[in-house]
Design a protein around this ligand. Structure first.
Ligand code: HEM
Length: 223
Protein backbone atom coordinates (compact mmCIF):
# COMPACT_ATOMS: atom_id res chain seq x y z
CA UNK A 1 0.00 0.00 0.00
CA UNK A 2 2.66 2.48 1.07
CA UNK A 3 4.93 1.51 -1.85
CA UNK A 4 2.03 2.19 -4.28
CA UNK A 5 1.59 5.70 -2.88
CA UNK A 6 5.31 6.35 -3.22
CA UNK A 7 5.46 5.25 -6.88
CA UNK A 8 2.45 7.46 -7.78
CA UNK A 9 4.02 10.57 -6.28
CA UNK A 10 7.37 10.02 -8.08
CA UNK A 11 5.47 9.49 -11.36
CA UNK A 12 3.79 12.86 -10.92
CA UNK A 13 7.21 14.49 -10.40
CA UNK A 14 8.59 12.89 -13.54
CA UNK A 15 5.56 13.88 -15.61
CA UNK A 16 5.91 17.47 -14.45
CA UNK A 17 9.59 17.49 -15.41
CA UNK A 18 8.59 16.03 -18.82
CA UNK A 19 5.96 18.76 -19.18
CA UNK A 20 8.21 21.69 -18.24
CA UNK A 21 11.22 20.47 -20.27
CA UNK A 22 8.92 19.60 -23.20
CA UNK A 23 7.39 23.09 -23.27
CA UNK A 24 10.82 24.76 -23.01
CA UNK A 25 12.10 22.56 -25.86
CA UNK A 26 9.02 23.56 -27.92
CA UNK A 27 10.04 27.18 -27.25
CA UNK A 28 13.59 26.45 -28.44
CA UNK A 29 12.41 24.68 -31.61
CA UNK A 30 10.07 27.57 -32.51
CA UNK A 31 12.81 30.16 -31.86
CA UNK A 32 15.24 28.10 -33.96
CA UNK A 33 12.70 27.96 -36.81
CA UNK A 34 12.08 31.73 -36.66
CA UNK A 35 15.83 32.47 -36.57
CA UNK A 36 16.48 30.13 -39.49
CA UNK A 37 13.97 32.06 -41.59
CA UNK A 38 16.83 34.56 -42.14
CA UNK A 39 18.08 31.92 -44.62
CA UNK A 40 15.29 33.12 -46.93
CA UNK A 41 16.68 36.69 -46.84
CA UNK A 42 20.15 35.61 -47.93
CA UNK A 43 23.68 34.69 -46.89
CA UNK A 44 24.57 37.95 -45.09
CA UNK A 45 21.38 37.94 -42.99
CA UNK A 46 21.84 34.29 -41.96
CA UNK A 47 25.56 34.66 -41.23
CA UNK A 48 24.98 37.84 -39.20
CA UNK A 49 22.19 36.15 -37.22
CA UNK A 50 24.31 33.07 -36.50
CA UNK A 51 27.35 35.22 -35.64
CA UNK A 52 25.30 37.33 -33.21
CA UNK A 53 24.31 34.11 -31.41
CA UNK A 54 27.62 32.28 -31.43
CA UNK A 55 29.81 35.28 -30.56
CA UNK A 56 27.74 36.07 -27.47
CA UNK A 57 29.58 34.68 -24.39
CA UNK A 58 26.18 33.64 -22.98
CA UNK A 59 25.94 31.06 -25.79
CA UNK A 60 27.86 28.57 -23.59
CA UNK A 61 25.33 28.97 -20.76
CA UNK A 62 22.48 28.60 -23.29
CA UNK A 63 24.06 25.49 -24.81
CA UNK A 64 24.60 23.82 -21.42
CA UNK A 65 21.01 24.71 -20.48
CA UNK A 66 19.71 23.28 -23.76
CA UNK A 67 21.70 20.09 -23.32
CA UNK A 68 20.36 19.76 -19.75
CA UNK A 69 16.80 20.20 -21.08
CA UNK A 70 17.23 17.51 -23.75
CA UNK A 71 18.89 15.11 -21.30
CA UNK A 72 16.29 15.54 -18.54
CA UNK A 73 13.48 15.16 -21.09
CA UNK A 74 15.00 11.95 -22.47
CA UNK A 75 15.87 10.44 -19.06
CA UNK A 76 12.36 11.16 -17.72
CA UNK A 77 10.82 9.71 -20.89
CA UNK A 78 12.80 6.48 -20.47
CA UNK A 79 11.92 6.23 -16.76
CA UNK A 80 8.21 6.88 -17.40
CA UNK A 81 8.12 4.36 -20.26
CA UNK A 82 9.62 1.70 -17.97
CA UNK A 83 7.14 2.60 -15.18
CA UNK A 84 4.19 2.58 -17.58
CA UNK A 85 5.21 -0.85 -18.91
CA UNK A 86 5.29 -2.18 -15.33
CA UNK A 87 1.87 -0.70 -14.43
CA UNK A 88 0.14 -0.64 -17.82
CA UNK A 89 -3.53 -0.25 -16.86
CA UNK A 90 -2.92 2.82 -14.64
CA UNK A 91 -0.62 4.54 -17.11
CA UNK A 92 -2.86 4.13 -20.15
CA UNK A 93 -5.97 5.09 -18.20
CA UNK A 94 -4.52 8.58 -17.55
CA UNK A 95 -4.14 9.22 -21.25
CA UNK A 96 -7.28 7.56 -22.60
CA UNK A 97 -9.61 9.36 -20.17
CA UNK A 98 -9.54 12.50 -22.31
CA UNK A 99 -10.03 10.63 -25.54
CA UNK A 100 -6.51 11.41 -26.83
CA UNK A 101 -4.93 8.12 -25.78
CA UNK A 102 -5.63 6.17 -28.94
CA UNK A 103 -4.28 8.43 -31.65
CA UNK A 104 -1.15 7.78 -33.70
CA UNK A 105 0.88 10.70 -32.28
CA UNK A 106 0.38 9.67 -28.64
CA UNK A 107 1.11 5.99 -29.33
CA UNK A 108 4.31 6.78 -31.22
CA UNK A 109 5.86 9.26 -28.73
CA UNK A 110 8.78 6.96 -27.82
CA UNK A 111 9.71 6.16 -31.41
CA UNK A 112 9.22 9.76 -32.67
CA UNK A 113 11.34 10.98 -29.74
CA UNK A 114 14.07 8.45 -30.59
CA UNK A 115 14.05 9.47 -34.27
CA UNK A 116 14.37 13.14 -33.18
CA UNK A 117 17.35 12.26 -30.98
CA UNK A 118 19.10 10.43 -33.84
CA UNK A 119 18.28 13.38 -36.13
CA UNK A 120 19.80 15.85 -33.65
CA UNK A 121 23.11 13.95 -33.66
CA UNK A 122 23.14 13.93 -37.50
CA UNK A 123 22.08 17.60 -37.60
CA UNK A 124 24.67 18.96 -35.19
CA UNK A 125 27.46 16.86 -36.74
CA UNK A 126 26.50 18.00 -40.24
CA UNK A 127 26.01 21.74 -39.62
CA UNK A 128 27.38 23.02 -36.30
CA UNK A 129 30.45 20.77 -36.61
CA UNK A 130 30.27 20.69 -40.42
CA UNK A 131 32.69 22.21 -42.93
CA UNK A 132 34.03 25.54 -41.67
CA UNK A 133 34.22 28.48 -44.10
CA UNK A 134 34.97 32.09 -43.26
CA UNK A 135 33.45 35.24 -44.70
CA UNK A 136 33.38 39.00 -44.00
CA UNK A 137 30.07 40.80 -43.56
CA UNK A 138 30.05 44.58 -42.95
CA UNK A 139 33.78 44.46 -42.17
CA UNK A 140 33.38 41.74 -39.52
CA UNK A 141 34.98 38.36 -40.05
CA UNK A 142 32.65 35.48 -39.22
CA UNK A 143 31.84 31.87 -40.02
CA UNK A 144 30.09 31.35 -43.38
CA UNK A 145 27.46 29.02 -41.89
CA UNK A 146 25.19 29.87 -44.87
CA UNK A 147 27.68 28.16 -47.26
CA UNK A 148 27.95 25.13 -44.93
CA UNK A 149 24.13 24.90 -44.79
CA UNK A 150 23.33 25.24 -48.51
CA UNK A 151 26.16 22.87 -49.46
CA UNK A 152 24.83 20.34 -46.97
CA UNK A 153 21.32 20.50 -48.41
CA UNK A 154 22.57 20.22 -51.99
CA UNK A 155 22.64 16.47 -51.29
CA UNK A 156 19.08 15.12 -51.81
CA UNK A 157 19.74 12.32 -49.28
CA UNK A 158 20.20 14.97 -46.59
CA UNK A 159 16.96 16.66 -47.67
CA UNK A 160 15.04 13.35 -47.42
CA UNK A 161 16.52 12.65 -43.96
CA UNK A 162 15.42 16.13 -42.85
CA UNK A 163 11.92 15.79 -44.27
CA UNK A 164 11.38 12.47 -42.47
CA UNK A 165 12.87 13.89 -39.25
CA UNK A 166 10.97 17.18 -39.14
CA UNK A 167 7.64 15.55 -40.04
CA UNK A 168 8.32 13.07 -37.21
CA UNK A 169 9.15 16.00 -34.91
CA UNK A 170 5.89 17.69 -35.97
CA UNK A 171 3.95 14.55 -35.00
CA UNK A 172 5.88 14.37 -31.69
CA UNK A 173 5.13 17.96 -30.65
CA UNK A 174 1.53 17.82 -31.93
CA UNK A 175 0.88 15.43 -29.03
CA UNK A 176 3.67 16.57 -26.71
CA UNK A 177 2.53 20.19 -26.45
CA UNK A 178 -0.98 19.12 -25.43
CA UNK A 179 0.33 16.37 -23.18
CA UNK A 180 2.56 18.86 -21.28
CA UNK A 181 -0.54 20.80 -20.21
CA UNK A 182 -2.07 17.51 -18.99
CA UNK A 183 1.09 16.59 -17.06
CA UNK A 184 1.22 20.01 -15.41
CA UNK A 185 -2.41 19.74 -14.34
CA UNK A 186 -3.46 22.62 -16.62
CA UNK A 187 -6.15 20.49 -18.23
CA UNK A 188 -9.26 22.51 -17.50
CA UNK A 189 -12.05 21.07 -19.70
CA UNK A 190 -12.94 24.61 -20.85
CA UNK A 191 -9.54 25.16 -22.50
CA UNK A 192 -8.44 21.66 -23.46
CA UNK A 193 -10.05 21.64 -26.92
CA UNK A 194 -8.29 24.96 -27.70
CA UNK A 195 -4.95 23.63 -26.40
CA UNK A 196 -5.46 20.48 -28.47
CA UNK A 197 -6.02 22.57 -31.59
CA UNK A 198 -3.02 24.82 -30.78
CA UNK A 199 -0.92 21.67 -30.28
CA UNK A 200 -1.89 20.28 -33.69
CA UNK A 201 -1.26 23.65 -35.35
CA UNK A 202 2.14 23.86 -33.64
CA UNK A 203 3.04 20.42 -35.03
CA UNK A 204 2.05 21.53 -38.54
CA UNK A 205 4.04 24.81 -38.27
CA UNK A 206 7.16 22.91 -37.14
CA UNK A 207 6.89 20.20 -39.82
CA UNK A 208 5.99 22.57 -42.68
CA UNK A 209 8.38 25.37 -41.60
CA UNK A 210 11.52 23.23 -41.29
CA UNK A 211 10.60 21.18 -44.42
CA UNK A 212 10.22 24.41 -46.41
CA UNK A 213 13.66 25.59 -45.21
CA UNK A 214 15.32 22.28 -46.17
CA UNK A 215 13.68 22.42 -49.63
CA UNK A 216 14.60 26.10 -50.03
CA UNK A 217 18.26 25.30 -49.24
CA UNK A 218 18.17 22.43 -51.76
CA UNK A 219 16.93 24.81 -54.47
CA UNK A 220 20.03 27.00 -53.91
CA UNK A 221 22.07 24.21 -55.54
CA UNK A 222 24.90 24.57 -53.02
CA UNK A 223 25.35 28.35 -53.39
C1 HEM B 1 15.84 22.86 -42.10
C2 HEM B 1 15.96 22.70 -40.80
C3 HEM B 1 17.09 23.24 -39.96
C4 HEM B 1 18.14 24.07 -40.28
C5 HEM B 1 18.45 24.73 -41.64
C6 HEM B 1 18.94 24.23 -39.10
C7 HEM B 1 20.10 24.98 -39.01
C8 HEM B 1 21.00 24.92 -37.98
C9 HEM B 1 22.34 25.48 -38.00
C10 HEM B 1 22.96 26.22 -39.18
C11 HEM B 1 22.92 25.22 -36.80
C12 HEM B 1 24.36 25.62 -36.36
C13 HEM B 1 24.30 27.01 -35.78
C14 HEM B 1 25.69 27.56 -35.55
O1 HEM B 1 26.55 26.84 -35.00
O2 HEM B 1 25.91 28.72 -35.89
C15 HEM B 1 21.95 24.50 -36.00
C16 HEM B 1 22.16 24.08 -34.70
C17 HEM B 1 21.22 23.39 -33.96
N1 HEM B 1 19.99 22.98 -34.36
FE1 HEM B 1 19.17 23.29 -36.18
N2 HEM B 1 18.36 23.54 -38.07
C18 HEM B 1 17.24 22.91 -38.55
C19 HEM B 1 16.38 22.07 -37.84
C20 HEM B 1 16.50 21.79 -36.50
C21 HEM B 1 15.52 21.06 -35.72
C22 HEM B 1 14.22 20.49 -36.28
C23 HEM B 1 16.00 21.00 -34.43
C24 HEM B 1 15.39 20.36 -33.21
C25 HEM B 1 14.93 19.15 -33.16
C26 HEM B 1 17.28 21.67 -34.41
C27 HEM B 1 18.09 21.78 -33.31
C28 HEM B 1 19.36 22.34 -33.31
C29 HEM B 1 20.24 22.34 -32.16
C30 HEM B 1 19.95 21.75 -30.78
C31 HEM B 1 21.42 23.01 -32.57
C32 HEM B 1 22.68 23.30 -31.73
C33 HEM B 1 22.51 24.64 -31.07
C34 HEM B 1 23.78 25.07 -30.34
O3 HEM B 1 24.60 24.25 -30.00
O4 HEM B 1 23.92 26.28 -30.12
N3 HEM B 1 17.54 22.14 -35.67
N4 HEM B 1 20.80 24.34 -36.74
Amino acid sequence: MSSKKCSTSTSIGKKQIMGVTGLLLCGFVLTHLLGNLTLLIGSDAFNKYSHALTSNPLIYVAEVGLLALFLSHIVMAIKLTIENKKARPIAYHTYTKSGRGGDFASKSMAISGLITLIFLIIHITGLKFGTHYDTTVGGIEMRDIYKTTVEYFADPIHVVIYLVAVITLGVHVSHGFWSAFQSLGLNHPKYMSKIELASKLFGVVIAVGFSALAIFCFTRGGH
